[in-house]
Write a protein that binds this ligand. Sequence first.
Ligand code: GLP
Length: 259
Amino acid sequence: MYLVIKNNADEVGQFAANYIANKINQFNPTQSRPFVLGLPTGSTPLKTYQNLIKFYQNKDLSFENVVTFNMDEYVGLSENDEQSYHYFMQENLFKHIDIKKENTHLLNALAKDLEAECASYEEKIKKIGGIRLFLGGVGEDGHIAFNEPFSSLTSRTRVEALTQSTIHANARFFGGDESKVPTKALTVGVGTIMDADEVLILATGKNKAKAIKQAVEGAISHVWTISALQMHPHTMIVCDQEAASELCEDTVDYFCSRL
Ligand code: GLP
């Protein structure tokens, strides 16, 4: 695992967007050999998306041959629902770039058979050859995608019940009303994320400090599902100083001296 500590959320967004753009450009994707990118929602990746849009506008990056798979979606929300992750992706990234609609994949949380939908999502990822780079955020309780505490660290795409802590944290997107937050979501599993060639996790703000401490210094445990990434050969966490604020001084010194 590699850890990069930036001064603030703006720098995290710039760093992550640069990193992703370089990866895509170096890969030089074509229609028959697309770059497959895993994507999150939430407030953390917004600055990264804004920077990626700027790269596209400045003609430094094209998404023409990029295929995306989103991490998760709330069960029961339609893609036109402003709180759905479909809507979020459309508004905050897809409509601003040259990505082809057929190249974007999100779980259909209105599917009649949710389990079949999850199995088919895994199949689609497998068929395209896997995810090259999975970008993610982290919940306050250390969840990645919607893999809540005590999710199996080998879990695959499935329906997951949200914890009270996540419902509370995400209520801010639903006018602060917890009763409006769906109680279930479709999510890629920890195992699905672990299968990606590379994982890039972003964390900003003091409310993520505990999760980052557990991710970097804690034991691998299903209590903090992000800690599974310690077993991944190419994981990088990029956080700001607030999110790094609970790390031991020695940990910070170690990673800063490696830069
Ligand atoms: C949700 C999403 C996660 C995201 C987390 C943190 O629970 N399912 O993928 O990482 O929220 O979101 P934020 O970046 O808004 O703090």
